[in-house]
Design a binder for this molecule. Sequence first.
Ligand code: ATP
Ligand code: MG
Length: 438
Amino acid sequence: MKLPGFVLACLDALEEAGYPAYVVGGCVRDACLGLQPHDYDICTAALPEQTETVFAGFPLVLAGKKHGTVGVVTEMGVVEITTFRTEGAYRDNRHPDWVKFVSSVEGDLARRDYTVNAMAYSPKRGFADPFGGRVDLENRVLRAVGDPETRFREDSLRILRGIRFAVKYGLEVDPATEAAMENQAQLMDNLARERVLDELCKLLPLVTADALCRFAPILAAVIPELKPMIGFDQHSPHHAYDLFTHTALVTAGVPGDLTLRWAALLHDTGKIPTFTRDETGRGHFYGHAQKSAEIADVVLRRLKAPTALREQAVLLIGQHMTKLTPDKKLLRRRVSRLGWETIESLLILQESDMGSKGTGVPEEMEQFGQLRAILEEIRAEDACLTVKDLAVNGNDLLSLGYQGKAVGEMLNALLEQVLDEALPNERDALLEYAKNRG
Ligand code: ATP
Ligand code: MG
């Protein structure tokens, strides 16, 4: 395994002072897969104070010292150096009751979550791989270190982490590990919402439709609103798939953009409470877009999602059934109301939605090309889309004698006229109109 100079220098400094030291965790896993690690963590027998002494000449980050971590600031970024440690039981399913520094690397590796994450390497000492992480990587297996049920009871976030690693590296989850993931999924209720959100936000951009379906019951443990969607028959000639499979396809069908992925995942949650069947037995979901938006708002608030992410996802979900007509005037109006970013995201969401029904490619799919072409024309025209784009402003109206609320109202009326192509966006024409209506 090839290591960059600054990492080798840190390992050498520790070894020269008599402390065994290894790179560990994600960087070893990534290097074994032939991937470029995004950072390097070091573990060592040196106690935090001893690490501080070894790196006395460097700026240090000591925020994690209590847990055994000293950050050494090199010109290539911060290298985290953590003392070998073991952990006690997790009685709160969140934090170990105690951590204890130990002298062997194997003791440290045993506290880690998956065999592929429980490997260490040192140029001087070679690999420390007591749980067979390299063989598992070769066989593409994700396996918990030790007894999986116990490990997920200790920290149930490991379940979501596991799904992420399986998806990211194309690993099959070992059957005992997968069974334990399912058995212990409910414990994720006890996790801090921020940790769950953070992990979901790492998983969602990578996730495939297959993985969403496979791990659906586990994901439903953190987003219970998904649960009734699994296997739900929509009783509709437009839908070949059950509601969750459709949702999984729509989600994987939008680009890895976080907001779009969240919007796609939650876009049909409102179908459950709005479901009705008519006399022919056919299913309907009247008003489901609005209902889904309400549910998404609840879900994303509960997970403490950032406001901007929540609001944009909720907006897209609420609009996902809005029919966009390939007509320039109407589209200009939509862009004016929603903004470019939202319109573009909406098209992507609607296209993925339409393409994920499993009933062949509907004719309406052709519309997306037309819609995009017209939007390009509107963009190229540098069209007037907001009051700010008008060739007149509030001051112009004030000098015509408009006052107070009437100023804003007339500006809006002028915008309507321009959007309708009833008036050109030209100063004289707009002033003339305002004069006559004043
Ligand atoms: P990434 O590429 O996402 O950074 P990583 O494996 O480096 O992957 P980190 O979250 O940075 O993951 O954690 C570093 C290492 O710490 C992991 O490889 C694993 O050995 C260990 N680890 C992290 N979180 C846990 C956890 N919740 N339970 C047990 N071990 C953990
Ligand atoms: Mg990492």
